[in-house]
Structures are given as structure tokens and as C-alpha cells.
Design a protein. Structure first.
Length: 184
């Protein structure tokens, strides 16, 4: 367990920066979809944000619980398929949503979430979305604009308010960092 926690903290600087940016943009809540080991919701919680993680993998869900208990940092974790969640029940007012997947894997999820937002836009107040992009693209990537999210951003007429280039667990062995795009 100590090796897992060491890895978690060594790679948590990017998560801390992203949650700090969300807080500085005025958000009070974060939801991390595909929350993995929980580093975003952990950092959000220590910054005073109400933090919710959604993770389908039971082992990662259990790991998040173990980290929360052993560190005494409290956050909410939902063990579920993110496509089956009614996001409106999470109370999305003043919330930054993180989609922790590159476009190739996260695009369907992002469209599903945005369609829920559109159906319920009268119930929402100040919701932002953070997308994980890439400087490099696979050979047959469909969208090479705006870090792989160009079509999605254009389809929903999103406005980019912040773009960070940070190391992530996907780029530790690469020369270029991961792009994180914040859209309000």
C-alpha cells in the first residue's frame, strides 16, 4: 500500500494544480469521471471543494476508499458506469466536471454528459468541463484539432477559458505533457 500512496502523491501535483484552477475560477464542487486512484477528488477535498469521483473499476474504487480512510481526507466515490449516472441528481450547480480520458476514450462519455446538460440546462448554474487532451495523436485519430477535442468543443460551442500543459501518468515517459482544457 505504501508504494501505491507514494505513486499517488508523486503524480498528484498536476491534480492539485487542476483543482486549484477550478477553485480559482470560482467552482465549489468537482466531479471526476473515471477517477482512477482518486487524486483529483483528494486534491479537491484538501482545497475545500465538495468532491465526487465516479469509477467503474471496483479495485480502483476500493483503493480510493482506502486512501480516504488512511489519510482522513473525505470525498464521495460512486462505483458505477459513468454512462448510467443521472448527473442531475448530483447537484451540478457551480461544478467543474473532469473527464479523465483522452478523446479516443472519453468522447462518447463527454457527448452523453453534455446531452444531459442540454436537456436540463434550466436546472444548471455554472457548470464547467475539463477535458484531457494530447499534443500527439494516434495515426488514425479522427480529430487532431484542439488537442483532439475540436469537434466536441465546436459542436457544443464551448469557450476555452484556460489551457494547461501538465505532466500526467500518461506522459511521465514522454517529452510532451498532457493538455487540460477548461470550458465553462
Amino acid at each position: 500500500m505504501s508504494q501505491v500512496i507514494n505513486h499517488f502523491f508523486q503524480n498528484g501535483v498536476s491534480a492539485l494544480i487542476m483543482t486549484l484552477v477550478a477553485k480559482n475560477l470560482g467552482f465549489e464542487n468537482i466531479i471526476d469521471i473515471g477517477s482512477g486512484d482518486g487524486r483529483l477528488i483528494y486534491c479537491g477535498s484538501i482545497l475545500g471543494l465538495h468532491s465526487v469521483g465516479i469509477e467503474i473499476d471496483k479495485d480502483l474504487y476500493d483503493l480510493q476508499n482506502e486512501i480516504s480512510i488512511s489519510s482522513n481526507v473525505k470525498y464521495e466515490i460512486i462505483n458505477s458506469d459513468s454512462n448510467s449516472i443521472d448527473y442531475m441528481r448530483l447537484g451540478l450547480g457551480n461544478t467543474m466536471i473532469f473527464i479523465s480520458a483522452l478523446p479516443e476514450l472519453g468522447e462518447m462519455l463527454a457527448y452523453e454528459i453534455m446531452n444531459q446538460f442540454i436537456k436540463n440546462k434550466e436546472k444548471l448554474s455554472k457548470v464547467g468541463i475539463t477535458l484531457m487532451g494530447s499534443h500527439t495523436h494516434r495515426k488514425y485519430s479522427r480529430d487532431k484539432s484542439k488537442w483532439g477535442w475540436g469537434k466536441f468543443i465546436d459542436d457544443f460551442e464551448l469557450k476555452i477559458v484556460e489551457c494547461l500543459s501538465l505532466p500526467s501518468s500518461r506522459t511521465l515517459d514522454k517529452k510532451r505533457n498532457t493538455k487540460f482544457v477548461h470550458d465553462p
